[in-house]
Ligand binder design. Structure first.
Ligand SMILES: C[S@@+](CC[C@H](N)C(=O)[O-])C[C@H]1O[C@@H](n2cnc3c(N)ncnc32)[C@H](O)[C@@H]1O
Length: 255
């Protein structure tokens, strides 16, 4: 279902300026993150990445699973100094669009499944996963893949939305995946603020960029104020978690 939905969006919405599909994050107080003018329109989505990817990426090999239209990979590659950033997505069309439209030092995109990551063991120093895991049929299998491809001491930066009744299950899955939970936070209030701040602008973009027959399905998907996911977050029926987990260090040589 999700696969068809994201393929359809990538096929029908060619607009290259649409780079992010997440709900964004607005910390309390005025914005402090300095951005190039061309990135200002995506500030709220970029702030979500900044909040979630709290560790140092300099000189490191990074994988983003569920990279969507490539905005996150492009941002991390241009601002955070990694050696490489690979974006992996189940939607072949989203991968093609990202390859065409998003650049950045060391950035590339690959078609593949979060449940069968097409890389050998110990390939990455950090894995990023923003607002994608709610689509996966088997989250523990995904987390096992993250653990497999992370090098010893590597970081896993995660964020996603869940119905409130599923939050404890998600926490248990994170706690049981073989990585150490370094930080975990409920960021629902900051995500809700972002949705409310951005609703008018998004409605304008939906009118300009999205084919009219898709509008009724697209508004709740985009979290427009008053639609399902917005009211769910506002009323506590949906919650948004972020977490930073760390892979076990290399075992010391015997003797
Ligand atoms: C809401 S978008 C978020 C994209 C991006 N992280 C962002 O913040 O803009 C979710 C993405 O997850 C991808 N996705 C869903 N299931 C996947 C899977 N099993 N493996 C890899 N990607 C998947 C979708 O194709 C979609 O591009």
């Amino acid at each position: 279902m999700w696969r068809a939905c994201y393929e359809l969006l990538a096929a029908r919405v060619r607009e290259p300026r649409w780079a992010f599909m997440d709900y964004g994050y607005a910390p309390p107080g005025p914005p402090v993150l300095e951005l190039e003018p061309r990135d200002e329109a995506d500030r709220l989505c970029i702030q979500l990445y900044e909040h979630v990817v709290a560790g140092d990426l300099r000189g490191r090999d990074v994988l983003e699973v569920g990279s969507g239209r490539g905005g996150g990979v492009s941002y991390l590659s241009r601002y955070r100094g990694p050696r490489s950033v690979v974006g992996l997505d189940l939607s072949a069309r989203a991968v093609a669009l990202s390859t065409r439209e998003r650049g950045g030092p060391g950035a590339s995109f690959v078609h593949g499944d979060a449940l069968a990551v097409p890389f050998p063991d110990d390939s990455f120093d950090a894995v990023v996963n923003v607002e994608s895991s709610h689509c996966y049929g088997d989250v523990p299998a995904f987390l096992a893949e993250v653990r497999r491809v992370l090098r010893p001491g590597g970081d896993f930066f995660f964020a996603d939305l869940r119905p409130a009744r599923q939050v404890e299950r998600l926490r248990a899955e994170l706690a049981a995946c073989g990585l150490r939970v370094h930080r975990e936070e409920d960021v629902s209030a900051g995500v809700l603020r972002a949705l409310e701040r951005d609703s008018e602008r998004k409605l304008g973009l939906i009118d300009a960029w999205i084919p009219r027959p898709l509008h009724p399905a697209f508004r709740p998907f985009a979290g427009i104020a008053g639609t399902r996911n917005h009211t769910g977050l506002r009323d506590g029926d949906q919650r948004y978690l972020s977490a930073w987990l760390v892979a076990p260090p290399q075992p010391a040589p015997a003797g």
